[in-house]
Structures are given as structure tokens and as C-alpha cells.
Design a binder for this molecule. Structure first.
Ligand code: ATP
Length: 279
């Protein structure tokens, strides 16, 4: 077993923002020298307000964005040293918005099956059986497999996204705000499902959220991100019962408001991930 399922070493991503034709571009340090380690089977919650750089970090882990500096190691190996296909078997994402992350013109069965086709795994019959098995595991009734995403509820769509992420049997999931687009009652069901799957399949999670309350019952450890840096990290108890950094304390008491100066972040969705795997 590797020492670390996921390791980020001094990871940075800077953007040069143009300020009109005659001014020098400004440098935005969206992610600035982040180091994190997650052991196999652990859940790390990465928490920070909107615009602090969480999705930029997730994109670098997934290989959708090149770091300006630093390394991403998956199962102790540099991700740049492995092919995209072999990486996709070890690590998969679950994205924020199940409304936009599923192709509306494909049936649920086609959507869940796609990674097996991209990876040329098995024949049509074995792929269909794998889709049925994983659908059972995530609580998707078989009758939904012939339907289209538009015919499903938000919670059902997120179960589809989870099934698609798990079909290649990866051990690491990067969950980027996986419940924030769902109704509160459905959020709890999906969080419970993720925790059940973790136990059953021995998964490792990086769980990204702007909401400390969401991660409280899920995580073993927490890293708090502010303006591209980790300002505090520790076990769940250390962070929730004895936070040291003023920003963590402020997050815990929910007194922060979004910072308009940081601009509008992009929503991370699955289309770039699907095409990256296919390339
Ligand atoms: N391609 C890009 N070009 C320029 N700036 C970018 C780019 N992508 C992100 N940024 C900026 O980097 C900062 C961090 O954005 P990011 O999307 O990572 O934040 P976030 O913490 O994920 O926010 P949210 O929780 O709202 O999704 C923001 O100021 C954003 O505007």
C-alpha cells in the first residue's frame, strides 16, 4: 500500500490578469505553495470561501490544469509520470452540479458505461452488468437506466455521477462541492451514501466545500484555505474544537462574506474531464 494516496507538494497556480491594453498585467496567485497529504482510506476536507482557489487546486489534481510550480503525487507517483488512462483508474472526480455534468442526450446507462468504453474494458454484456451492479450499489433503480438525465431528480442525477465515477473502481475520489446544488434533504442522503461507499470500497476522499458544517461529520482531517494558501490544518477535533487561526474561527462562526475583489470563479464540470480521458 502506498504511504499517501494523494500528496500535493508546494503546488501553485498563478494567473496573469490583463488590465487593459496599456497597463501591466497583475498576478493572481489562485493557488500558492500548497502542501497536503492524504493517507489511503482517509477523508480530508478542504474548506474555504468562494474564490479562495479550491477548484483551481482540484483541476490541477485531476490534470485539467498545469501547475505553475510544484507536484501532484498519486499513490506516491508523480501524476505527470502516469498516462491519463492509468490515472483515471486511480482517481476520479465528482463534480458540483449534477444538472450540467451529465450529457442530456445520453441515457443513464450510456453515461455510466462511457468510462468502460473509453478504457476498452470488457465487452458490451460485461459492461452492462457492471453498470447494473454499480447502480445497485449507489441506490439507482434499474428502471432509470433507460431514461435521460432530464427525467431524473437532482439526487438521482448525483447518484448517476457517483456511479460513473466508481465504475472503473478507483480508490481516490475528488469531490468538489458534491452536494451544494442539491436540496437540503437530499444533501444528507448523498453525504450518507458517500460515507457508506467509503466504508464498503475502502475509498480515500478529498472533499472540497465552502461549508465547514457539511464536512464536519465526514472528515478525518481538515485543511482551511484562504486566498490560495492553507492557513491551518489538523484533525477534525483540532479544527472544530480548538481552531487557532482567526480565519478558521471566522469560518466556524460563519461571519465571512464573499470577497468581490476575487472575481467570479469558473464552475468545474465533467465535460473537460471526459474529453481529457478520451485524449
Ligand atoms: N482561468 C483563469 N484565469 C484567471 N483567473 C482565474 C482562472 N481560474 C480561476 N481564476 C481565479 O482564481 C481564483 C480562484 O478561483 P477558484 O475557482 O479556484 O475558486 P473556488 O474557491 O473554487 O471558488 P468556488 O467555491 O466559488 O468555486 C478566483 O479569483 C478566480 O477568479
Amino acid at each position: 500500500m502506498p504511504d499517501y494516496a494523494l500528496e500535493l507538494s508546494n503546488l501553485s497556480r498563478h494567473f496573469h490578469l490583463k488590465n487593459g491594453a496599456f497597463k501591466e498585467p497583475t498576478l493572481l496567485k489562485a493557488v500558492d505553495g500548497i502542501s497536503l497529504r492524504i493517507r489511503p482510506g482517509e477523508t480530508l476536507g478542504l474548506v474555504g470561501e468562494s474564490g479562495c482557489g479550491k477548484s483551481t487546486l482540484a483541476k490541477m489534481i485531476l490534470g485539467l490544469l498545469e501547475p505553475t510550480d510544484g507536484d501532484v503525487l498519486i499513490n506516491d507517483k508523480a501524476r505527470s509520470a502516469s498516462s491519463r488512462l492509468s490515472m483515471a483508474r486511480q482517481l476520479q472526480p465528482i463534480f458540483q452540479d449534477p444538472y450540467s455534468s451529465l450529457n442530456p442526450r445520453k441515457t443513464i446507462e450510456q453515461i455510466i458505461r462511457l468510462p468502460l468504453q473509453l478504457h476498452k474494458e470488457g465487452n458490451k454484456e460485461s459492461q452492462k452488468k457492471a453498470v447494473k451492479d454499480i447502480s445497485d450499489l449507489v441506490g439507482l433503480p434499474e428502471r432509470l437506466l433507460k431514461q435521460y438525465p432530464g427525467q431524473l431528480s437532482g439526487g438521482q442525477r448525483q447518484r448517476v455521477a457517483i456511479a460513473r465515477a466508481l465504475i472503473l473502481k478507483p480508490k481516490i475520489l475528488v469531490c468538489d462541492e458534491p452536494t451544494s446544488a442539491l436540496d437540503v434533504s437530499v444533501q444528507a442522503q448523498i453525504l450518507n451514501l458517500l460515507m457508506d461507499l467509503k466504508k464498503e470500497l475502502g475509498l480515500t476522499y478529498l472533499f472540497i466545500s465552502h461549508n465547514l458544517g457539511v464536512v464536519e461529520h465526514l472528515v478525518d482531517k481538515v485543511a482551511v484555505m484562504y486566498r490560495g494558501k492553507i492557513v491551518e490544518q489538523g484533525t477534525r477535533d483540532e479544527i472544530f474544537q480548538n481552531a487557532q487561526h482567526p480565519y478558521t474561527k471566522a469560518l466556524l462562526s460563519s461571519v465571512l462574506t464573499p470577497e468581490p475583489a476575487l472575481g467570479l470563479p469558473e464552475v468545474l464540470d465533467s465535460s473537460a474531464w471526459d474529453s481529457a480521458q478520451a485524449s
